[in-house]
Every structure is written in structure tokens, then in C-alpha cells.
Design a protein around this ligand. Structure first.
Ligand code: UDP
Length: 473
């Protein structure tokens, strides 16, 4: 049977940070660009299907979301294997399921769009004569490092890893040693190195690369990715900035947090969250709590029990304070922060919070979705990166875009004390914060424009749509 619309199959790898932007891309393709869309999700377990995010809106064209049966990789990896390698293996194990699902489709789909960890599936796209795209759910700068990675010679690697010099990326801003990718400095992790090299090559061979950024945010890097003199020589397909694709704030469901925010003055509250899974050590959690107290500013903090290798998790279920403060927070914390602060366990409605007029700052681990959500709401940040490419994101937010402040040392490489925490909160929420807020508001305006009809990100997706239509007919 011949399709009338192009049909895009999207593949999301495990983790909310991948799932959310892939779903947003699917929605835009179906709502604004005439695609039929099927999104396949690989997850560590089936609980994701219970998330409200799994329910999609009605769209003019079919938009379906399906969970591929979770795959158990526990027999294939040991505990020391990096998350990147684990994700790559999980996606590899899910491939036969994806292949079977595509071959069972009544009509031939036009394109396969995978995220960073799904690039092995591009071979399946070739097999079914589909166009093959990669969707980078991070920055163009991160894409630049990834496609350059297979071409880094020993000398450059030695200079960066051993001599601690910046890593040069052709045509782009160099990466300082302190800001380099998580685990990148570990030359002994051969699995990670070979996974990342392979991923870099597979991305370079895709028909096109979609990136969750926009033209005005990273003009030089995007130029370097197109230019034959720089990275354009290694990237076969075109690079399409299609962002910022973020989950819109839905104000329908009232929550305790939003009710509390409704009562606070304009731009007076700092929101603290470390993404879908980020945790701090026991000591760092305590210093952060003291720092928030010291700052005297209003806050909402999404708190997870800290993770220390040498402390039993059971310890954290204990409250040893008369006011219900958990044992890992300073004694009496809940009493002292009453009316001024709110602690939310585990998960909060982040996009609704960041869109609220009472929010004046975001203390964030700099996952790229969180960073985008902050920028589209014009909110300046305390950049507190934890892992993956977050240190690069923090560098870009603080030094290039000037919408964030950063701690003096890399979090995870030591404990950042309460005084520094308080000082960073004050810088964002008080005077210096105004300059960063103005810059963040400028980005908010440009972010709003690019996704409107005729805007640069809208046009990028129109070009992808044209390619797919040509393939269809
Ligand atoms: N998120 C949320 N509530 C939370 C924590 C996270 O809604 O309490 C959402 C957040 O809005 C973002 C995503 O989860 O869209 C996290 O993605 P990000 O790239 O920021 O970080 P990751 O979780 O991948 O480290």
C-alpha cells in the first residue's frame, strides 16, 4: 500500500532526557509538517507507559507511541560498565524487535530517526530503503565533538588528556580540559572509546542530522558543521537545527508546588533540580541545604536521597528530626525554611514551574532539556553539571551565552561549600542576575520566533519533510 504522507519512525533510547525531546519532535512532525509518526521507545522497564507523557495529543495525522518490550542486559554488562556503553548495548538488543515491528507495518515507512544511542539501527533503515536521520538531543557543539571524535589523533588526545590543554574542534570553540566530556579523560575505558568512535562515524554517515538547538544560539558551530574546510568534510548529510523542542507547560493540573508559587512575589524563587536521575553525595546535599538557608532566598528544591558508595541506602529512609526533616538534611531544616522554601521529593512538574512568573532562577545540572526549558522561559541559571556532556553545556551557558554562573570547581570533583552555594544563588537572584536575566529573555524571544511558521527551525523541519516527500514519490 502506498502512503500519502511521509511516515517517520522515531526511536527513543532509555531515559527521560531522550524520551521527552523525541516525543516533542514526533509531535511537531505530525502537527506542523504533515508526517504520519510512529515512536518506538526502549525503556529499562515498562513503568514509563504509566507516565502522563506517554499520552499524546490528537493530531491531524496518525501519531503513535509504542514501547518495545524491555530488554534485560544484566547478563551482558558488569556494574563498572559506563552508562553510555550500557545504553548502546540495550539499544543493540532491542534491534530485532524494531526490525520485526517495521517489517510488520502495512506500508513502507519513509524515514527512521534515531537518537545518539540508537545509531546502530540506521542499518535497519538501509535494509528497508528508508532515509536515515539522527536526532541529537543536545547542542550542536556536542554534535561537533562526537563527529570529530573518530578523527582525533594520538597527539591531540595526549595534549588534552595528559597535558590538560584545550581540545580543538575544527571551526568551533575548543573544549577546556576542566569542561571535557564525562569519562572522556579515562583512556583505559576502551569500551566507551570504541562505542563513541562508532557512534561518531554512524552519525557522520546519516542522510541528515537534526539537533535540538537553533540557528541564533550556536551560529559558529552550525557553520563549522556545514563548512567543507571544517567539520563539513566528515559529515555526509545536512545538519538541521530544529529546536528548541521542549515539553510545553500544561497548566491544567493544579499541584501543591504551583499553588505555593502562586503566592510568591514575581521572580523571587529559585528552582533547584538535577534532572531525571541526578543525585549528590551526603556531604554535598547537606552543604547545598545550608547554602540555600544562608542565601535567604525563596526556593523549591527537588530532593533525592543522596548516593554515597559507602553509605547504606536504608539509612536515608529515616527521619531523625521532630519536624519530619529526613536524616540526610540538616536537623530542623524543614522548620527553619517554613514559608520560604519548599522541598519536593523525587520529581516535580518542571516545565510548569519554570514557566511560572514567581521563578527568578534555576539551579540546574545542565541536562540539555533543562537548559532549554530555562532559556525558553527567560530564566538565568546556576550551572551545576554532574555528568555526560553537562560540563560543556555549563561552559556554553556561562561563558558564551552569559545566562549562568558556575561554581569554581567541577561538582563531583569535591564538595562545594555552603558559602559558595549561597553566593551563586545571590548572584543569580540579585543585582548581577538582572544582566543574565536580560540575556535569557533575549534568548526566550529568539527561541519563540524560530519555531513559528517561517522561522529557521520551522524551515529546517520543512526541508526534512521535503526530502521525505521526494523519497515517497
Ligand atoms: N524533569 C521533570 N521533573 C523533575 C526532573 C526532571 O519534569 O523533577 C524533566 C525536565 O523537565 C526535563 C527532563 O526531565 O525535560 C530531564 O532532562 P535533562 O536533559 O534536563 O536531564 P537528564 O534527566 O537527561 O539528566
Amino acid at each position: 500500500m502506498q502512503n500519502t504522507n511521509p511516515h517517520a519512525v522515531l526511536l527513543a533510547s532509555p531515559g527521560m532526557g531522550h524520551f521527552i525531546p523525541v516525543v516533542e519532535l514526533g509531535k511537531r512532525l505530525a502537527i506542523h509538517h504533515g508526517f504520519d509518526v510512529t515512536i518506538f521507545v526502549v525503556a529499562a522497564d515498562a513503568s514509563i507507559t504509566k507516565s502522563p507523557l506517554f499520552k499524546l495529543p490528537q493530531t491531524p495525522n496518525p501519531l503513535n507511541l509504542m514501547l518495545l518490550p524491555p530488554v534485560d542486559i544484566s547478563a551482558l554488562v558488569d556494574l563498572t560498565t559506563s552508562v553510555v556503553t550500557q545504553l548502546v548495548i540495550m539499544m543493540r538488543e532491542a534491534l530485532p524487535l524494531l526490525r520485526a515491528a517495521i517489517s510488520a507495518m502495512k506500508s513502507q515507512p519513509t524515514a527512521l530517526i534515531v537518537d545518539l544511542f540508537g545509531t546502530e539501527a540506521l542499518a535497519t533503515a538501509e535494509e528497508f530503503d528508508m532515509l536515515k536521520y539522527v536526532f541529537i538531543t543536545s547542542t550542536a557543539w556536542f554534535l561537533a565533538v562526537t563527529v570529530h571524535f573518530p578523527h582525533i589523533d594520538e597527539e591531540a588526545e595526549h595534549k588534552h588528556r595528559v597535558m590538560k590543554r584545550p581540545l580543538d574542534i575544527p571551526g568551533c570553540r575548543s573544549i577546556r580540559y576542566e569542561d571535557t566530556l564525562d569519562r572522556f579523560l579515562d583512556p583505559t575505558d576502551r569500551n566507551l572509546n570504541s562505542s563513541f568512535t562508532r557512534v561518531g562515524m554512524e552519525i557522520s554517515n546519516a542522510d541528515g542530522i537534526l539537533v535540538n538547538t537553533w540557528q541564533d544560539l550556536e551560529p559558529l558551530t552550525l557553520l563549522a558543521l556545514e563548512n567543507e574546510k571544517f567539520l563539513g568534510r566528515v559529515v555526509k548529510g545536512l545538519v538541521y537545527p530544529v529546536g528548541p523542542l521542549v515539553r510545553p507547560a500544561g497548566r491544567s493540573s493544579k499541584s501543591e508546588v504551583i499553588d505555593w508559587l502562586d503566592m510568591q512575589p514575581m521572580e523571587s524563587v529559585i528552582y533547584i533540580s538535577f534532572g531525571s536521575g541526578g543525585t549528590l553525595s551526603v556531604k554535598q546535599t547537606s552543604e547545598l541545604a545550608w547554602g540555600l538557608e544562608l542565601s535567604q532566598h525563596r526556593f523549591i528544591w527537588v530532593v533525592r536521597p543522596p548516593v554515597d558508595d559507602d553509605v547504606s541506602a536504608n539509612f536515608f529512609n529515616v527521619t531523625n528530626s521532630h519536624d519530619g526533616t529526613p536524616s540526610y538534611l540538616p536537623d530542623g531544616f524543614y522548620t527553619r525554611i517554613q514559608n520560604r522554601g519548599m522541598v519536593v521529593p523525587m520529581w516535580a512538574p518542571q516545565t510548569e514551574i519554570l514557566a511560572h512568573q514567581s521563578i527568578g532562577g534555576f539551579f540546574s545540572h545542565c541536562g540539555w532539556n533543562s537548559a532549554l526549558e530555562s532559556m525558553v522561559n527567560g530564566v538565568p541559571m546556576v550551572a551545576w553539571p554532574l555528568y555526560a556532556e553537562q560540563q560543556m553545556n555549563a561552559a556554553m551557558l556561562a561563558e558564551e551565552l552569559e545566562v549562568a554562573v558556575r561554581p569554581k570547581i567541577r561538582p563531583n570533583n569535591g564538595v562545594i561549600g555552603r558559602e559558595e552555594v549561597a553566593e551563586m544563588v545571590r548572584r543569580v537572584m540579585e543585582l548581577k542576575g538582572n544582566e543574565m536575566r536580560d540575556k535569557a529573555k533575549e534568548l526566550q524571544r529568539s527561541a519563540n520566533q524560530v519555531l513559528m511558521q517561517g522561522g529557521s527551525s520551522y524551515n529546517s523541519l520543512s526541508r526534512v519533510s521535503k526530502e521525505c516527500e521526494l523519497k515517497l514519490h
